[in-house]
Design a protein around this ligand. Structure first.
Ligand code: ATP
Ligand code: MG
Length: 265
């Protein structure tokens, strides 16, 4: 784990703050070449403030769509989604989304990229130190002036995490943020994510394809069905952190989850 993950909370990034999410009977369809594609079917999910929840499910079942709905980037076809009891109608900086395939801007330095949210809200002048704080949180302070082509894959992921953290989100939506990283970088960032979550106190919803990652990071693992997605099963895992991949309880639960997903155990 890096020094950044162990350091006390940075000035400018306050915490802990968290958010409750209630997904009520949400269904969602897309129009695709003239026909309707049902992607989510009557899904109910309540997440308590400060929870770390993982979402697993087959490719194409609707995980990213669910995150986009909670982020407010799409409106559900039916049903409602509440953040702290209020309907979500549009994106809000209190709900940070780290995209499945983050694209940094080739023309912008890491600092500028992380600053875009503050800049869009006209807050950059007064709150520019938040950018430095967010970069420090992910261990990228020495690369503030670097451009995307000068970063490794892991550093680009850290930059997109900092871009969400700069707004001090009460909810962090993470769409396979570590999916394309090598296993060593992945292990480091998994530990750092837990550190950030423990220190900042936000609610976290993580989409992952990796059952072990879900169990190393979260206390609730939700398994979604094939499209249209509904909740197929839920597993609770209340072990203290740091967790170990060879913990017998984790190994047993991993087998049950793989079986639920219809995968070899
Ligand atoms: N804007 C869109 N318009 C039409 N169809 C869409 C749109 N976005 C997603 N879809 C469709 O919705 C379904 C679910 O997509 P989604 O990206 O949510 O899946 P996913 O579970 O995140 O998959 P993966 O694990 O591969 O990332 C897919 O069939 C996809 O083609
Ligand atoms: Mg996806």
């Amino acid at each position: 784990m890096s020094i950044a993950a162990l350091a006390p909370a940075e000035p400018g990034i306050s915490g802990p703050i968290s958010m409750a999410i209630d997904v009520h009977a949400v269904s969602h369809r897309f129009s695709l070449t003239g026909s309707q594609l049902p992607v989510i079917e009557t899904l109910d999910l309540s997440i308590a403030p400060g929870d770390f929840v993982a979402l697993l499910g087959p490719s194409g079942c609707g995980k990213s769509t669910l995150l986009r709905l909670i982020a407010g980037l799409e409106r559900p076809t039916s049903g409602s989604i509440l953040a702290d009891g209020r309907p979500i109608t549009r994106p809000d900086p209190s709900r940070g989304l780290v995209f499945q395939d983050p694209t940094l801007f080739p023309w912008a330095s890491v600092w500028k990229y992380v600053a875009t949210g503050l800049e869009a809200r006209g807050r950059l002048r007064e709150e520019h130190e938040r950018v430095d704080s967010a970069l420090a949180l992910v261990g990228l302070e020495a690369f503030a002036d670097a451009y995307p082509h000068q970063l490794s894959g892991g550093m680009a992921q850290r930059a997109s995490l900092a871009r969400a953290l700069v707004n001090d989100p009460a909810l962090l939506l993470l769409d396979e943020p570590l999916g394309k990283l090598d296993s060593l970088t992945r292990l480091t960032l998994q530990a750092e994510l837990v550190g950030l979550w423990q220190r900042n106190g936000f609610t976290a919803l993580l989409v992952t394809h990796d059952v072990e990652e879900a169990l190393l990071l979260s206390s609730r693992v939700i398994v979604l069905s094939d499209r249209p997605a509904h909740i197929k099963a839920e597993f609770r895992f209340d072990k203290p952190y740091p967790r170990h991949r060879d913990d017998p309880d984790l190994v047993t639960l991993r087998r049950s989850i793989l079986a639920t997903l219809g995968l070899p155990t």
